[in-house]
Design a protein around this ligand. Structure first.
Ligand SMILES: [Zn+2]
Length: 246
């Protein structure tokens, strides 16, 4: 398993706790894998690194308390323990691989305050993305669509191999796969993501239509005034609610 090395490093000090920890982590890892499948397909961006990071977070939680406890990221946002699941006692959290700029984090915190005041919750599934991360996503989508053989050079392609990924990206968009290009291309009509500029966030909850209307209400509330950036657009996507910031 991907996190066995982590367990050996951080696990219990003697036989029984470590065995318990292994069983517990095996169960949690299975749950994480099972529960993440539908949303990973739709609305997350680096599932592999996410699963590794998620396992690490669980181990860290084991180390600091008897049961899994939420960890707060350096940006002040609590991290999920189970991917896409809100930890107890919080109104907002982010998946472990999500990177937020200070401006994005200030919006997430303000929205968390708004949610807490209403007994509601949300989980952040994407913040600032890199061009490399976006290219990795294109590679994943091509593989999911069974089209890897059509683009034999794609797997090894870097951001500089514009011609290679541009073909694959156009193939996906022609099939209505919602995905942005990893970088702008001079002279080409290429749509890039506001996530690359740190000006977009994706969120989920148990009811995305409700989440969408809460974000709209939040953007007009005094809570939004605490944040460094403001919501300039809200899009209900298939597996998440996407907001643009400015
Ligand atoms: Zn988005």
């Amino acid at each position: 398993m991907i996190d066995m090395a982590g367990i050996n490093t951080h696990g219990g000090l003697n036989g029984q706790p470590r065995t318990w920890t292994r069983l517990y982590l095996a169960a949690v890892t299975s749950l994480v894998l099972l529960s993440s499948i539908p949303i990973v397909l739709l609305c997350t961006h680096q599932p592999e690194s996410a699963l590794v990071a998620s396992g690490t977070a669980t181990v860290d939680a084991e180390r600091t308390s008897l049961g899994p406890a939420p960890i707060v990221s350096t940006d002040g946002i609590p991290l999920t323990i189970e991917r896409n699941m809100l930890p107890d006692g919080f109104s907002i959290a982010k998946n472990t691989e999500v990177v937020l700029t200070d401006g994005q984090a200030s919006v997430v915190k303000a929205f968390g305050d708004y949610l807490a005041a209403r007994g509601e919750w949300a989980v952040v599934t994407s913040g600032k993305r890199t061009s490399e991360g976006q290219l990795a996503l294109i590679k994943e989508r091509i593989t999911e669509k069974g089209a890897a053989a059509k683009f034999p050079k794609l797997e090894e392609a870097s951001i500089l191999d514009t011609k290679i990924w541009l073909k694959a990206w156009r193939w996906l968009t022609a099939r209505h796969v919602p995905i942005n290009a990893p970088a702008p291309v001079p002279g080409e009509n290429v749509r890039t993501s506001m996530h690359l500029q740190g000006l977009a966030i994706d969120l989920i909850s148990n009811n995305l239509d409700h989440l969408r209307s809460m974000l709209a209400n939040f953007s007009r509330s005094e809570y939004a005034g605490q944040a460094q950036l403001h919501i300039t657009g809200i899009v209900r996507e298939p597996g998440c609610v996407h907001i643009n910031l400015g």
